[in-house]
Design a protein. Structure first.
Length: 263
């Protein structure tokens, strides 16, 4: 699938995604994934950061609240407009702009760190995106990103439940399929029916790669992996937010931290 087609799908998703996530229906992100990501993030106060695939800016704002001087890019103009509107109302010094992560509009060695929350797996050429990120990172700067876990969320995954509806496992397949924009359609299941029905389902092109492919691409970009994270809900969190209970049985997200080894 061509980059322009991927961009058009995300632009079509952006209004519904912004409204529903701001209404609190992106439970995995808010309850589990972002808190775990931020817990793994090194100190960023006073550092120049770039958030790649920022969406409507919720996670960029969280990093800025730690004192980082943030810039952020997304391929979708509607996401960028929503992010800029929040910045105008409640300024955190974040500069948002529309850009394709395959061609970052920044000079070499511009940033102390780069974040990418759940965006890299949506891009067709993640190896060139990783090289772009390495290019704009200062020597010794770091990248931290989250993606769907390549091992546990390959192109086919079906969650298994017992008679009481408790998650007991998952059937997965297609791990070695190199997907080139396989389209998935869904909407935040936590949203009440009338809110789900107010929008067309999201249409999301997936670019699944194996774990070894990701490691090769990261290392090939000149980055050294320093940390992995695999968020899993505590018993208390799963009770408070049953949506995330499945992450106690099989992971959904992979977090990667890597340092620019260039000197
Ligand atoms: C799953 S959303 C995550 C958004 C946000 N980071 C969050 O955590 O809420 C993936 C984001 O990646 C963006 N995206 C996809 N392809 C992109 C590309 N080539 N360059 C920049 N952004 C891209 C989409 O527009 C979308 O905002």
């Amino acid at each position: 699938m061509k980059r322009e087609e991927v961009a058009a799908f995300w632009e079509a998703n952006a209004e519904a995604w912004t409204q529903l996530s701001r209404e609190g229906y992106d439970i995995y992100r808010d309850a589990l994934n972002t808190p775990a990501f931020l817990a793994m993030l090194p100190p960023v106060e006073g550092l120049a950061g770039l958030d790649v695939g920022c969406g409507e800016g919720s996670n960029t704002r969280k990093v800025a609240e730690y004192g980082a001087l943030m810039q952020a890019v997304d391929i979708s103009p509607t996401f960028i407009r929503h992010a800029q509107e929040v910045e105008a109302r409640e300024p955190l010094g974040i500069v948002y702009q529309m850009a394709d992560a395959h061609e970052l509009p920044f000079e070499d060695a511009r940033f102390d760190f780069v974040t990418a929350f759940m965006s890299l797996m949506d891009m067709p050429h993640q190896d060139s995106v990783l090289r772009e990120i390495a290019r704009v990172l200062k020597p010794g700067g770091f990248l931290q990103f989250s993606i769907l876990h390549p091992c546990f969320v390959p192109p086919y995954r079906k969650t298994l439940r017992d008679a009481e509806g408790r998650v007991t496992g998952a059937t997965i397949a297609g791990y070695f399929d190199d997907s080139q924009g396989q389209v998935e359609r869904w909407i935040f299941s936590a949203a009440p029916k009338e809110r789900q029905e107010a929008f067309a389902p999201f249409v999301i092109p997936r670019f699944h790669r194996t774990l070894s492919w990701w490691v090769d691409a990261i290392v090939g970009a000149g980055l050294t992996i320093t940390k992995f994270g695999e968020p899993s809900a505590s018993e208390e969190l799963a009770q408070a937010f049953p949506t995330v209970a499945d992450t106690r049985v099989v992971g959904i997200f992979l977090h990667v931290q890597a340092v620019n080894a260039r000197v």
